[in-house]
Design a protein around this ligand. Structure first.
Ligand SMILES: C[S@@+](CC[C@H](N)C(=O)[O-])C[C@H]1O[C@@H](n2cnc3c(N)ncnc32)[C@H](O)[C@@H]1O
Ligand SMILES: [Zn+2]
Length: 282
């Protein structure tokens, strides 16, 4: 719920503390933000962004696929990477449906989660994902309306990441858990469905973009196969970038050419980073 996460948030316009009154989030300087009927609040700063994130159809497809449990080994690995210490405050950047964040807060009874996404459809869904998860609309590429040093964990799962901002909002002994697909991920569907291929250089660029701000303390592969029927394949294709390039009709024509069920590989890397301690000269 939003009230639980209020201490983690600051006003996007002036950085002051926020209060919740009825259905409005207010700062001491008079900036105010309406809480949507569905329970999320948009804390976008400054000029309107052109980014919209995932569409409502993509979020519905993602919810269907994740709720069916097909990616459960990934959710289990993320929850294990978070661990179960007391007073967890977990932010997920690009939270989508809030699926992984909900699994992560479930590790401890007092853990709270804050889902951040640029997509309103995603924010709506995350707001009802778990009683201890709050949901805001904000842009990962801008300053986050999140208090410096307030979070014990940040998650970025198939999502954008902004290491400078993540470093700022994490406490000194916090962890940043990043899930990225390998080239084998959904490999059996890429050719037949003309899916967008994972960029070969992604892992190298991830390492470089974190350099200087974080040290990697753990990295392990999570690989497994799934037996997917036509509707599960439609959902996994519909939730990703391919959905933007092919119409629903084109997708179903191509899915109809596949054997049913089709064995599909899931292959990701789960990496944990810790903020690098600044070296001070004597
Ligand atoms: C591939 S989905 C992953 C969602 C979720 N982490 C999961 O794995 O189910 C990427 C998410 O990032 C969001 N996103 C894209 N650009 C963003 C931005 N600039 N700021 C915040 N969220 C963004 C999308 O709306 C989408 O929900
Ligand atoms: Zn303000």
């Amino acid at each position: 719920m939003l009230a639980d996460a209020l201490d983690l948030l600051v006003c996007p316009a002036c950085g002051s503390d926020l209060d919740l009154e009825e259905r409005t989030v207010l700062c001491q300087r008079g900036h105010s933000f309406d809480v949507a009927r569905q329970g999320y609040v948009s804390l976008l700063a400054g000029a309107a962004t052109k980014l919209t994130g995932d569409s409502a159809d993509m979020i519905t497809a993602r919810g269907e696929f994740l709720d069916a449990g097909h990616f459960d080994p990934i959710a289990t690995a993320v929850a294990a990477a978070v661990g179960d210490s007391a007073d967890l405050r977990i932010l997920e950047i690009g939270a989508g449906t809030g699926h992984y964040l909900s699994r992560a807060v479930d590790v401890a009874e007092d853990a709270i989660g804050l889902g951040v996404d640029i997509s309103k459809a995603a924010a709506r869904r995350t707001a009802r994902a778990h009683p201890r998860v709050a949901s805001i609309v904000a842009d990962a590429w801008q300053n986050l309306p999140v208090r410096t040093g307030s979070c014990t964990h940040a998650l970025s799962i198939f999502s954008p990441r902004n290491p400078d901002e993540i470093r700022r909002i994490l406490c000194a002994d916090g962890s940043f858990v990043v899930v990225t697909p390998t080239q084998r991920h959904l490999g059996e569907l890429i050719e037949p469905l003309g899916m967008v291929r994972v960029d070969d250089d992604k892992t190298r660029r991830l390492g470089e973009s974190m350099a200087g701000r974080f040290d990697r303390v753990d990295r392990h592969a999570v690989d497994f196969t799934m037996e997917l029927d036509g509707s599960a394949i439609a959902a996994v294709v519909g939730m990703g970038p391919t959905a933007r390039h092919l119409s629903a009709e084109q997708r179903s024509e191509r899915i109809a050419t596949l054997p049913m069920p089709t064995t599909v590989t899931a292959s990701v890397v789960v990496a944990t980073y810790r903020p690098r301690v600044a070296m001070t000269s004597a």
